[in-house]
Design a protein around this ligand. Structure first.
Ligand code: MSP
Length: 695
């Protein structure tokens, strides 16, 4: 249900929503006064994925739609609605029959095996569907035959003869005029000539009604670009559709004519109705139908926004509220496919890094609706930056401080609130409401990015409030308690917001926060500021995400810089300079904006020691302002480890971490070298605190 629809219903006196917080509680958002309860709705949310062909194993592209559907389903449960999340398998058709025959097994034996692998993948990705429909289910045969029978009885299905072209891999009929170089315009493969007696569905009769529906319901086809494509397609004229085949038998038998099976797409789209209880379970159907969102890939929009609604119109059933056509996940800008050999096996990735980095990447990286690129590098970079650094590090560093200052117990926030505190609270509140709005409009990646802006703000709040300084004086003890409370509370709220996106991670954070009520039972209502109970005993655990290496660095390479780090892999190579428009610049000159990219801070050396099998290297532990880091540097010939302790030096804090001789180096220290080869660390006096910026 869109928010606008909700508002309208409310003003008409509808009872669809149940405010869960006292009236009057809320904030101004986009110039409007919003109460938390305004978003919490009773009612239902029915979301579907396409049902996947078991003609091959699923790849990361299929995981994309299913992950988005799962996140939406979880989110709507969190909002307090009844949710029905459906996925499944599309098991009939000529392609499956041929594939099984090539393997010398029956189609049923073949699909049973592949469908098991679908379920295993969804389990590994922590997909929590409510129903898995197989088009070979008896309930589905019953539904498809009933749909066919009713439409036939209405006179909208008639018998004739089909002579034309057919693409078996896409299970699609084509007119010769639509072919590209004589091949299927969707997949580029050859089409076959089909000549058989068939039943036809009078699609043409419904074209005007469908156009009117699209016009009156702008939310029906999303995003907008796809709506115009579909409208143009319909305006180009709709032919009656051949809805039966008789040259093979792997399908739902036509109820009125033995020897024919129902066309696989007519069969497939009906799954959404079968699972909702059509035709026998009227109460169930009333509860769930129409579907709220069908999520589909852009290439199957025609089936979902033209054929499917016309079937429903002919049946006299309501149309789904929204069909959203998302883009493709590309691999090196090419569509993933088995024939191209660029298919990414999600099982391997999940085995390597767990499901949440993959879920996060899919939800965050790709602008929902457009094509997006998948690469191992991008996945690792996202994981390191957003999950290990921003989210994981915030938890780790704040729990460390809490352990040090309060034995891990959440303090009472007794101090006066300062503007920086109010700003943090306000952003937490706005983020909650904005997430509801954005997810309601299916702006998945924007909603995710918004939550991470709150995480970034919380990290900045640590640096601004510098709890380590507050911990030093008695007169700042009250302030320390307030700051630490705010930090833990903002993380409690963030954890609730991400519980639909990366559920396992949110459970792990919840456990470390020590909250004794399970996160599973929490709803959006619980995101109100102040829900964290002082006195809660936190449980600091392992870091959430270990930083991942992009490639195995060459550990035996000579370490040439004092920092011991390697040249930045992303550095612009000489032949890229022209592209960057730097030809006419002076060599070696950088702009202030280049310098500003480096985060230089003061760090205090806490410990230092040698690195195994590396005579020139020392590893040092530094405090960069409430956060401990390890840096590996080529300074062993110039300093004894014990001479370094307590020194305050300058480090580059935002350098990409690398592993050197088996040790992580998470930053770089600055040192000066003179012509005689001597080296001295750039240092400051004790009056400058660790974490202070160097500009
Ligand atoms: N069986 C039909 C759907 C019937 S729905 C009533 C089908 N199956 S499919 O297995 O070929 O594709 C299922 C979905 O996966 C489609 O929505 C398709 O767009 C999506 N994807 C397949 N590869 C993909 C990517 N590389 N990226 C994103 N989605 C991808 O079509």
């Amino acid at each position: 249900m869109s928010l606008t629809a909700v508002k309208r219903q409310r003003s008409l006196g509808g009872t669809a929503r149940k405010p869960l917080v006292p009236k009057g509680w809320g904030l101004f958002l986009f110039g409007r006064f919003i109460r938390r309860g305004d978003y919490i709705m009773e009612g239902k949310f029915y979301v579907t994925t396409p049902i996947y062909y078991p003609s091959s194993r699923l790849h990361i592209g299929h995981a994309y739609t299913t992950t988005v559907a799962d996140a939406l389903a979880r989110w709507h449960r969190f909002l307090g609605k009844d949710v029905f999340f459906l996925t499944g398998s599309d098991e009939h058709g000529q392609k499956i029959q041929r594939t099984a025959a090539e393997r010398g097994i029956t189609p049923k034996e073949y699909v049973d095996d592949v469908v098991e692998s679908f379920k295993e993948l969804w389990q590994a990705l922590n997909i929590q569907y409510d129903d898995f429909i197989r088009t070979t289910d008896a309930r589905h045969h019953r539904a498809v035959q009933e749909v066919f029978r009713r439409i036939y009885n209405n006179g909208d299905i008639y018998k004739s003869k089909y002579e034309g072209l057919y693409c078996v891999p896409c299970e699609t009929f084509w007119l010769e005029t639509k072919l590209q170089d004589g091949n299927c315009p969707d997949c580029g493969r050859p089409v076959e000539l089909v000549e058989e007696e068939s039943y036809f569905f009078r699609m043409s009769k419904y074209a005007d009604r469908l156009l009117q529906h699209i016009e009156e319901h702008p939310e029906f086809i999303q995003p907008e670009t796809r709506r115009s494509e579909m409208v143009n397609f319909i305006k180009g004229g709709l032919d009656d559709l051949c809805v039966t085949r008789s040259t093979f038998d792997w399908g739902v038998p036509v109820p009125i004519d033995e020897g024919h099976v129902i066309y696989v797409w007519f069969d497939a789209v009906t799954n959404y109705l079968t699972a909702a209880g059509f035709p026998d379970e009227r109460a169930k159907l009333k509860q769930w139908w129409p579907a709220d969102v069908h999520l589909v890939g852009k290439e199957i929009m025609r089936f979902h926004t033209i054929i499917w609604p016309i079937i429903l119109m002919a049946l006299g059933e309501e149309l789904p509220k929204t069909v959203f056509g998302h883009g493709w996940l590309l691999f090196d800008s090419d569509k993933m496919s088995k024939s191209k050999g660029n298919v990414i096996d999600p099982h391997e990735l999940i085995g390597e890094m767990g499901e949440d980095p993959i879920r996060y990447f899919l939800l965050r990286e790709v602008s929902f609706g457009q094509d997006g690129n998948f690469s191992r590098r991008a996945l690792i970079e996202r994981t390191n930056a957003d999950l290990a650094n921003d989210l994981g590090n915030l938890l780790h560093r704040t729990l460390s401080m809490l352990g040090k200052y309060y034995q891990g117990v959440i303090p009472e926030p007794t101090g006066t609130l300062e503007s920086v505190d109010l700003e943090l609270q306000q952003l937490a509140e706005t983020t909650c409401h904005r997430t509801v709005e954005l997810l309601d409009r299916l702006k998945i990646n924007e909603a995710t990015a918004g939550i991470w802006r709150l995480v970034a703000r919380a990290n900045k709040y640590v640096d601004e409030c510098a709890p380590w300084t507050l911990a030093k004086g008695d007169e700042t003890k009250e302030r320390l308690a307030t700051v630490m409370y705010n930090l833990m509370e903002v993380q409690r709220i963030t954890t609730l917001l991400i519980k639909s996106l990366i559920p396992r991670t949110s459970e792990r954070i919840w456990q470390q926060l020590g909250i004794d009520v399970p996160i599973a039972g929490m709803t959006f209502h619980d995101t109100a500021w102040g829900g964290l109970k002082p006195g809660t005993q936190t449980q600091k655990g392992e870091p959430l995400f270990p930083r991942m290496e992009l490639e195995e660095p060459d550990e035996t390479a000579e370490v040439s810089s004092p920092a011991g780090t390697k040249p930045d892999e992303n550095a612009v190579k000489p032949d890229e300079k022209a592209d960057a428009g730097t030809e006419d610049r002076l060599d070696g000159v950088v702009g202030i904006e280049d310098f500003a990219k480096l985060e230089l801070v003061i760090a205090e050396i806490k410990a230092a020691g040698s690195v195994k099998n590396a005579d020139k290297l020392l590893k040092i532990q530094v405090d960069v302002g409430g956060e401990e880091r390890q840096i590996v540097a080529g300074i062993a010939e110039h300093y004894q480890p014990e001479d370094l302790i307590g020194r305050r030096i300058v480090v580059v804090k935002n350098l990409k971490p690398v592993k050197l001789r088996g040790e992580w180096s998470e930053g770089m220290l600055l040192a000066a070298t003179s012509t005689d080869g001597s080296l001295e660390l750039v240092s400051v006096s004790d009056s400058i605190a660790p974490g202070s910026p160097v500009k």
